[in-house]
Design a protein around this ligand. Structure first.
Ligand SMILES: Cc1ncc(COP(=O)(O)O)c(C=O)c1O
Length: 422
């Protein structure tokens, strides 16, 4: 029987000592009512909340869980490295090993730099693009998320216009819009930020048109600017290389994070020789950026990526999950829009402008042991099995049935309604 007594108690305590009770993307404020805020365990495909409820986790820590939580080989590498050296007065030799591993694996990469979060890596990319020819303007796809720094955070509080003074927005997959934005930047164009696929929240996802990707490359070359692919979210879920290898386009820089250490805190920016001099000129650092334990985890994660069929498995499972949901939607008379790559699936309901069906559905699935998001793309991991999918579909079948019965009384989340209005 699903319970949330402890979660409620923790929320009350958190409300006293944590602004807003919780912050950032791991706050459940935008999730359906009752979604657990606090977790005490994560193993394989499952997470356990503070009340002891277990869920098959389709958010995977918002990405990092690629191979399964606590994947044994990665955890062994972590434990061994912890006994040697971690954060210290200088980096360990692992930084060279890891840079070599990334350069060996990512076709466009000639060098690598390491940091902690995806936003560190995208910020470095922004700075390197500007340092490259001492230019200022950067093109960014409208609604694309590249981290919570002032230049890109999705909420306006604490951000001033000057933080974004030199950004020019264009529409994803729209070559004309991209060309117009570049024209507007003119001689001052420093870089183009490209998301591997359109990943807007609350919206259908779309894969990049090869023509759009090629246009981005051509414009960057024409203006002597840098092309950046932000692979923080999609990295290693679409291919074992930079995600835009899937459309045959190589950027100058790509940003990595989330999956890199299978959950250990590490991110990276890699680049080609064209960007090397600019990368050596900027000053960027952090007290924990050189820590060796997450690097050991990343080296092991990349070894598994190179040597196993993790990608084929997680893609196949993603397709099974998608096909199962599609069949159930038909069975229960709902229209579903399933978009984006199977490894990072987005599931939205047709005729659901205020998301009440999606929210009701995810809440019903959650109380039956399946953690899904009604508004954000989800993430598959390679530990997922057919048994997990079968168990998931049992829960989602019951969730479809429940919302079919309660359809007339489902309500939109007030927080979500306010956000969408803003
Ligand atoms: C595409 C993309 N870029 C950058 C980031 C920022 O990563 P982090 O939250 O690790 O700073 C995210 C996080 O979701 C992301 O999805």
């Amino acid at each position: 029987m699903w319970r949330n007594t402890k979660d409620r108690e923790l929320r009350d305590r958190a409300a006293e000592v944590i602004p807003g009770g919780m912050y950032g993307h791991q706050s459940t404020a935008m999730m359906p009512e009752g979604f657990p805020q606090f977790f005490t365990g994560a193993k394989g495909t499952r997470i356990t909340d503070a009340d002891g409820n277990e869920y098959i986790d389709y958010m995977c820590a918002y990405g990092p869980n690629l191979l399964g939580y606590q994947q044994p080989d990665v955890m062994r590498a972590v434990a061994e490295q912890q006994g040697r050296i971690d954060a210290s007065t200088g980096p360990s030799p692992l930084i060279v090993d890891l840079a070599e591993a990334m350069v060996g694996m990512i076709s466009h990469a000639d060098w690598a730099m390491f940091c902690k979060n995806g936003a560190d890596a995208t910020m470095m990319a922004l700075m390197i693009a500007r340092a490259y020819r001492d230019k200022r303007k950067v093109l960014v796809a409208r609604n694309a998320y590249h981290g919570s720094m002032p230049w890109n955070t999705p909420r306006p509080a604490g951000v001033v216009a000057e933080d974004r003074a030199h950004l020019i927005y264009f529409d994803y997959n729209d070559t004309q819009s991209l060309a117009d934005a570049a024209k507007q930047a003119g001689d001052d164009l420093a870089g183009i930020f490209a998301a591997p696929f359109r990943h807007d929240t609350f919206a259908d996802q779309s894969l990049p048109d090869a023509e759009y990707a090629r246009t981005a490359r051509r414009i960057a070359d024409e203006y002597d600017a840098l092309l950046i692919v932000d692979d923080v979210r999609a990295g290693l879920r679409l291919c074992r290389d930079c995600s835009w290898e899937t459309v045959g386009v190589r950027p100058d820089l790509s940003a990595w994070g989330k999956v890199l250490g299978n959950g250990q805190p590490i991110s990276a920016l890699v680049g080609n020789n064209r960007a090397r001099a600019a990368a050596s000129r900027i000053f960027v650092t952090g007290s924990f950026w050189f820590a060796a334990v997450p690097m050991a985890a990343a080296i092991e994660t990349l070894r598994i990526v190179r040597e196993s069929d993790y990608l084929e498995r997680l893609t196949a499972i993603g397709e099974q999950f998608r096909a199962g949901l599609a069949a159930q939607a038909v069975e229960f008379g709902f229209g579903l829009r399933q978009t984006g790559p199977a490894a990072t699936p987005m599931v939205l309901f047709e005729d659901d402008p205020d998301f009440r069906l999606g929210y009701g559905f995810c809440r019903e699935a959650m109380t039956r042991g399946v953690y899904m998001s009604p508004y954000h793309n989800m993430f598959m991991n390679a530990a997922m099995t057919e048994t997990d999918v079968a168990q998931t579909l049992e829960a989602t079948g019951a969730a479809f049935e429940a919302i079919k019965k309660s359809r007339a009384s489902l309500k939109p989340s007030p927080v979500l309604a306010a956000l969408m209005e803003a």
